[in-house]
Design a protein around this ligand. Structure first.
Ligand code: CP
Length: 340
């Protein structure tokens, strides 16, 4: 099939909210096809000699390496860039950075996720001036490459018909750093659109951005599924088919004072996903985490290394989904793909 792929050329992928369910279905279908080709060593050089610039304002293992490996497998090349190594650190504007990079290559991908109110705004300003697709590698609002991989993984494990299935998205304790809010925000906005009931749990200090909560409610209502909020991991996990417990920082203080999120978190050390907590969910409930996980704090080794955990499949799907995003938005020609 190629017919539906023409729409994507040159499009930005900044939040899943800006893409329709049909467009996301195409992304998932191309991801599955690219996974099959990768595993079968079937060449898929859809982006020969094209360049993507990867701009990081934060650290990364999965995102950087899936994009770098992915563009190589598609026949192109990535430049790994950090804000400190660029003139951004001397104050160069998003307009100048986006305009120049888009004259040197064929896409710009950006991670700018730690300061609420900044990252999404920055990448939209780059996109306003760039003539090439801008791809969100995680901002303060959404992590659309992660949530796409999560949806792909859930479908691989539970099938395409997810009606009546329940996902628990829960805050969990982590002392390592104040993690961005964008993963839980992205999950609560995307998953209801594909038929999943979603329950969100967090201590009172760890509220999410109001606009993402409103989008989650609206999306659930339109899809005829549930979106509920509770204040314990216990309640969220009850009869869940999928659990995604992870830490995030305090919306109000994490930009100016990330240590404050860690200080407040110490009173919630019991928000850990252990074997006892997993018993609240269905016996076969999937344990998911975007990684990196704080082992021993967010989750016990027994759970993350146990039979219900699908974290490595989930991380692998980051490769196939980011390749689909790059192939569809960057290619000058249509991308052929087979549907299952
Ligand atoms: N899940 C995720 O985005 O991982 P990295 O921070 O390692 O890129």
């Amino acid at each position: 099939m190629t017919a539906k792929t023409a729409w994507f050329k040159g499009k930005d992928y900044i939040t899943t909210e800006e893409w329709t369910e049909d467009q996301i279905e195409t992304l998932l279908a191309v991801s599955a096809d690219l996974k099959r080709k990768f595993r079968g060593r079937i060449p898929h050089r859809y982006l020969p000699d094209l360049t993507i610039f990867l701009m990081f304002f934060d650290k990364s293992t999965r995102t950087r390496n899936s994009f770098e490996a992915g563009i190589t497998q598609l026949g192109g090349h990535a430049h790994f860039l950090t804000a400190e190594a660029m003139q951004i650190s001397h104050g160069e504007s998003a307009k100048d950075t986006g305009s120049i990079l888009s004259r040197y290559g064929h896409a710009i991908a950006i991670r700018h996720d730690l300061i609420p109110g900044e990252g999404n705004r920055y990448m939209r300003e780059v996109a306003r001036w760039a003539d090439v697709p801008v791809i969100n590698m995680q901002c303060d609002v959404d992590h659309p490459c992660q949530t796409l991989a999560d949806l792909m993984t859930i479908r691989e494990k539970l099938g395409r018909n997810l009606r009546g299935r329940k996902v628990a998205v829960s805050w969990a304790y982590a002392p390592s750093y104040a993690k961005p809010l964008s993963v839980p925000q992205g999950l609560i906005m995307l998953l209801p659109r594909f038929g999943l009931d979603v329950v969100l749990a967090h201590p009172p200090e760890y509220r999410l951005m109001p606009e993402t909560m409103a989008a989650a409610r609206e999306n659930a209502s339109r899809a005829g599924v549930k979106f509920e909020v509770c204040d314990t991991m216990d309640d969220a996990f009850r009869d869940a088919d999928v659990v995604i417990p992870k830490s995030w920082g305090c919306l109000d203080t994490m930009g100016a004072n990330p240590q404050e999120s860690l200080r407040i978190a110490t009173q919630y050390r019991h928000w850990i996903c252990d074997a006892e907590m997993m018993k609240r969910g269905k016996p076969e409930a999937l344990y998911m985490h975007p990684l990196p996980a704080d082992r021993g704090n967010e989750v016990t080794d027994e759970v993350i290394d146990g039979p219900n955990s699908v974290v490595y499949d989930e991380a692998e799907n980051r490769l196939h989904t980011c390749k689909a995003v790059m192939a569809l938005t960057m290619a000058g020609q249509e991308i052929p793909y087979e549907t299952e």
